[in-house]
Design a protein around this ligand. Structure first.
Ligand code: SAH
Length: 392
């Protein structure tokens, strides 16, 4: 256990129970943090919190308790049980893929677990939680009893500033393709080849809404990845759904998902292209679509990326808006934590001015309730989805 001493006057964020402790707030580090445990003390040596220690990270500790309790196997079990009760209450029927543990949102900073049918993917996002692997894995086994657990340790990579996703995508490790269901539709999670832990579970509520709106419509699914939005649209009776993605592997997964759900698909339903270029071509050709879905990767990963990301979101939304037929819909999303909901809405508004099209905001829909956000850590709310209907 290492004792991390705060500089005088730097207690406010810990006093508000914010789970992130930045290294700039530290005056001293005493002891040995090799077991991943940190105790936070104020400038007079009084204990304030305990958590996991990540010496190389800017967020040098993630705080788990503020009452002196040690984060240990019994605490992990309690927190996991609370997380499990929430899922039992809110995961819809015929759904075996869901987020079981959502890091800060379940008071388990640095720990995420996604369940796909028979397989649970436990992801340790920080160096500190990697040190607790054995207790965390045992607790997850005990509380969730998954037939199989895969552990992904991505903390040290993240701390070193690299993106573990790219390493995992390029690694030769065996890819597990695991079947699961969502609202009765059949999907496969590509583990550990895929992004995140294999599938964007956070978009479930947007897929349900798309399904409800899709009957008889044509759907253009931009940045389609697994093609899950298209499958939901076809399940809702869409006339046609076209996936656009730059990755052939992603489009392959889309093809499999359509087959698994009994939806015939031709080659022209899968377009391998850069979305920006593809949209310009479609706008020039005067195409129109009943529903356009635009769910790109995060354009901003750090604060400095925000101005460039804002331009990217504006460009792509302007082009997407030009393709929506009168009375049609645009679902536009941003998963950049750095772009606030307010800023995103302003960007989208400004895109509609440039496109010369009027839209009404019919609904805001972020991540589903299996991605809870702790009030202590509002940064956990990253996904923004705006449902925009074009006037007739
Ligand atoms: N909408 C998806 C998630 C998007 S993930 C879903 O619902 O699951 C981001 C996807 O965008 C990845 O599949 C990636 O291959 C693709 N991508 C990233 N940049 C792109 C670009 N410029 N043009 C086309 N696809 C891109």
């Amino acid at each position: 256990m290492i004792r991390l001493g705060l500089k005088p006057g730097r207690e406010a964020s810990v006093a508000r129970r914010h789970p992130w402790l930045f290294s700039g707030a530290l005056a001293s580090r005493e002891g040995d943090g090799s077991d991943g445990h940190a105790e936070i003390v104020d400038s007079r040596g009084r204990a304030l919190a305990r958590g996991s220690y990540s010496p190389e990270s800017q967020i040098v500790a993630r705080l788990w308790t503020f009452d002196g309790r040690l984060p240990d196997a019994s605490l992990f079990r309690e927190r996991f049980q609370t997380a499990r009760r929430l899922r039992q209450a809110i995961v819809p029927p015929d759904t075996t893929g869901f987020r079981a543990i959502n890091s800060e949102g379940d008071l388990c900073p640095g720990v995420v677990m996604d369940v796909y049918g028979e397989v649970a993917v436990l992801e340790l996002l920080t160096e500190g939680t990697e040190k607790w692997e054995s207790d965390l894995t045992d607790a997850a086994r005990e509380v969730f009893s998954p037939p199989k657990i895969i552990v992904r340790r991505t903390g040290a990579d993240r701390d070193a500033g690299s993106r573990p996703e790219s390493r995992i995508q390029n690694s030769k490790s065996k890819i597990e393709v695991v079947p699961f269901t969502e609202n009765g539709l059949r999907f496969f999670a590509d583990i550990p080849g895929g992004q995140k832990t294999g599938f964007f579970l956070d978009q479930r509520d947007n897929r349900i809404r798309l399904r409800a709106l899709a009957a008889g419509r044509t759907v253009l699914n931009l940045f389609s990845y697994t093609g899950a939005f298209s499958v939901a649209a076809l399940a809702g009776g869409a006339a046609r759904a076209v996936d656009v993605d730059s990755s052939e592997a992603a489009l392959d997964l889309s093809r499999q998902h359509r087959r698994a759900n009994g939806f015939p698909a031709g080659d022209c339903d899968f377009v391998r292209a850069d979305v920006f270029e593809d949209l310009r071509r479609r706008v020039e050709a005067g195409e129109t679509w009943g529903i356009v879905v635009c769910d790109p990767p995060a354009f901003a990963r750090k604060r400095g990326d925000v101005p460039r990301a804002a331009r990217g979101y504006k460009d792509i939304n302007r082009l997407a808006m030009e393709l929506v037929e009168p009375g049609g819909w645009l679902l536009t999303c941003s998963c950049s934590g750095q772009i606030s909901p307010d800023l995103f809405q302003k960007i989208v508004f400004s895109a509609s001015l440039d496109a010369g099209r009027s839209f009404s905001l019919a609904a805001r829909q972020g991540a589903g309730a299996d991605h809870p956000v702790s009030l202590d850590c509002p940064e956990g709310e990253y996904l923004k989805g705006l449902w925009l209907s074009r006037e007739i």
